[in-house]
Design a protein around this ligand. Structure first.
Ligand SMILES: *[C@@H]1O[C@H](CO)[C@@H](O)[C@H](O)[C@H]1NC(C)=O
Ligand SMILES: [Ca+2]
Ligand SMILES: [Ca+2]
Ligand SMILES: [Zn+2]
Length: 625
């Protein structure tokens, strides 16, 4: 007969709907029965019957939005204190009792084989899976969309082909289809000539540099694998395994490798490979990283956890204070309104003088550092904020610890503008010493003065290379051969709910760099290259501030690359890190002259702007004193 072996889109569908509930019989050469249909066969048939044209057949995002990552860390679900990955669900109306049993069985399978804990919602949450009984299609969103109840639709047939339920849930957990892996061409042949016109994009594969395979073997038996005839135009196979006689696709359950994939992605019982130690996914978005400069015995202090051993001078008129979290200094039109370290109001602390009554013109407040035993050339850096029409002055005094003799080594008088400014002062100590920040109140209450991020490092100030991007790229260049460019920006990025909203250096009108994630067409990498840096026998400390906020945030990587192409990954951070600037200190020790490559790999969606600012490098370890 003229009927093709199997035309999934048409005849399979007809059969599926005609003979629901009973295995359908043989049809000439057609030896595929209901029993043989894989999870994906049923899903695709249902979606095509419903006239749905979804990304890769069943994902409720446009191709543009999903991007090419199997796992978008920004779309991961949070772990509970018990170490289990918590995915709340709601079974909405329309499911029969029998359906609910099938759903429960799927949840049970996840609980049994993986660390994913599906549990029923009891209150309205920011993120949960809303299970909907559908008569038009089986589909799911990809990962945690954080958009209230995210739809996961299932028809009668998909529920009956139990693997389809497991499949759609696994999209929600954060996985795409197995044959989209970057290495799939080593395992399967895509027969492009058998794919229906216009459906070829369903066979795109992921591209590097995604940690997409999780270092696990290719899994022909994955419940996430397309079937042999997916999107066929003529009944012939569209996917042919390179291994003879292997079954592809799955009907009944998640495979062992599927379970391992989930546990690996979420770091349950196995660590994600390819991520250097100590730089893994930080899922605690609200975590404020206390600057590593904070320590009780040094001059360096970011005021994130108190005074770091700084004390009030006893011979002065009033005291320095720490800001209340989330508050500007109490008076308007004066003082900093946010922390310098984090760039945010709601995170971080700085020290300031409050100029309001009862303070008088000419009152002094001194803040005394711990005693430093450092010797030789050092650079003392700090940020100060002097905003207000009646601002007095800020002096930095060097005090000989033994004699008490004082030297004024730096000072500023009067208003400097509503932003944080950096000061650098060379100190060449021959004996123990302290420094004192001495602020004088001006002739009115518009005179709050703030200080933050005090840091003292070995070497002269000139030996520290710094780029704040405020005036230009300071010799940093774009890699020409990748898809995206870093741009300088001031204020917030164009997209809401992602990216920095201000420069890190000044907290105000300066510039930072970032890669705009919106409207990129599957292109994914932007590399910013430093000027060449000579090799140093003592290595280098590289410090930079990053801002990784947005639910789909991808990777930030720093590599060292030399002229011979020797390329070393030095630092990697994955996923959302909170709506604040954070600091990274990375010690590197390349043997030859090198350049730093900062790479932004965009996440799976537009909400993934990554900002970078205040890149600094200096010879030596990342110690502060
Ligand atoms: C869960 O579904 C029920 C039934 O459709 C609905 O009434 C309820 O509001 C849903 N709960 C949430 C948190 O959305
Ligand atoms: Ca601070
Ligand atoms: Ca800047
Ligand atoms: Zn799917």
């Amino acid at each position: 007969m003229a009927v093709l072996k199997l035309v999934v889109c048409a005849c399979l569908l007809g059969l599926l709907h005609q003979v629901r509930g009973t295995p359908f019989g043989r049809d000439g050469n057609n030896d595929i029965s209901w029993e043989d249909l894989t999870a994906f066969d049923v899903i695709l048939a249902e979606n095509e019957a419903a006239g749905l044209d979804l990304f890769e057949g069943d994902i409720l995002d446009s191709a543009d939005q999903v991007r090419n990552a199997i796992q978008c860390t920004g779309r991961m679900w949070p772990k509970g204190p018990d170490g289990l990955v918590k995915i709340p669900y709601n079974i909405t109306e329309g499911f029969t009792d029998e359906d609910v049993v099938a759903l429960q069985r799927a949840f049970h399978e996840y609980a049994h084989k993986t660390c994913v804990d599906f549990f029923p919602v009891t209150t309205q949450l920011d993120a949960f899976v809303s299970l909907e009984k559908s008569d038009s299609g089986c589909n799911s969103k990809f990962g945690n969309m954080k958009d209230g109840g995210q739809k996961l639709a299932l028809t009668d047939s998909c529920i009956r082909r139990y693997g389809s339920v497991v499949h759609e849930l696994m999209h929600a957990v954060g996985f795409k289809h197995e044959q989209a892996r970057p290495d799939r061409d080593s395992y399967v042949t895509i027969v492009w000539g058998n794919i229906r016109d216009g459906k070829e994009n369903n066979f795109n594969k992921e591209s590097e540099p995604v940690v997409s395979t999780l270092d696990l073997p290719y899994d022909f038996g994955s419940v996430m694998h397309y079937s042999r005839t997916a999107f066929t135009s003529n009944g012939q196979d569209t996917i042919v395994p390179k291994v003879p006689n292997v079954q592809i696709g799955q009907r009944d359950q998640m495979s062992d490798l599927d379970a391992l994939k989930i546990n690996t992605l979420y770091g349950c019982g196995r660590t994600v490979t390819g991520v250097p130690t100590g730089t893994g996914v930080d899922m605690s978005a609200n975590f404020v990283q206390a600057s590593r400069a904070d320590s009780d015995r040094t001059i360096s202090c970011a005021f994130e956890s108190g005074w770091c051993g700084y004390t009030q001078d006893t011979a002065d008129d009033f005291d320095w204070v720490l800001n209340e979290l989330g508050e500007a200094t109490p008076s308007g039109n004066t003082g900093p309104d946010h922390d310098h370290s984090t760039g945010e109001k709601a995170h971080g602390h700085f020290a300031f003088i409050e100029a309001s009554s009862p303070r008088q013109n000419g009152d002094f407040a001194g803040l005394l550092s711990p005693v430093s035993t450092a010797r030789g050339p050092h650079c003392l850096k700090f940020y100060y904020h002097m905003f207000g029409a009646e601002t007095g002055s800020l002096d930095l005094l060097y005090i000989d610890a033994r004699s008490g003799g004082k030297n004024r080594i730096w000072w500023k008088i009067g208003e400097q503008g509503d932003f944080w400014l950096e000061a650098r002062v060379d100190i060449d100590a021959q004996a123990d010493f302290q420094v004192m920040f001495e602020a004088m109140r001006g002739h009115g209450y518009h005179g709050d003065i703030g200080i933050d991020d005090i840091e003292m490092v070995a070497g002269t100030c000139d030996s520290i290379h710094h780029c704040d991007f405020d005036a230009d790229f300071c010799g940093f260049q774009q890699l020409a051969t990748d898809q995206l460019d870093w741009v300088r920006n001031t204020g917030h990025t164009p997209s809401a709910t992602t990216g920095p909203d201000r420069d890190h250096t000044t907290g105000s009108s300066g510039h930072y760099v970032y890669v705009e994630a919106s409207s990129q067409d599957r292109s994914d990498l932007g590399t910013l290259i430093s000027p060449e840096i000579p090799a140093s026998t003592s290595g280098y400390c590289v410090t930079f501030w990053y801002h990784m906020y947005g639910r789909d945030t991808g990777f930030l990587r720093m590599r060292t690359v030399d002229r011979h192409g020797h390329d070393q990954l030095e630092y990697e951070l994955i996923g959302e890190q909170g709506d604040l600037w954070k600091r990274a200190d990375v010690f590197i020790n390349p043997a030859t002259d090198f350049r730093l490559h900062f790479q932004d790999y965009i996440g799976c969606y537009a909400y993934s702007d990554i900002g970078l600012d205040d890149i600094e490098w200096r010879a030596g370890r990342c110690d502060t004193v």
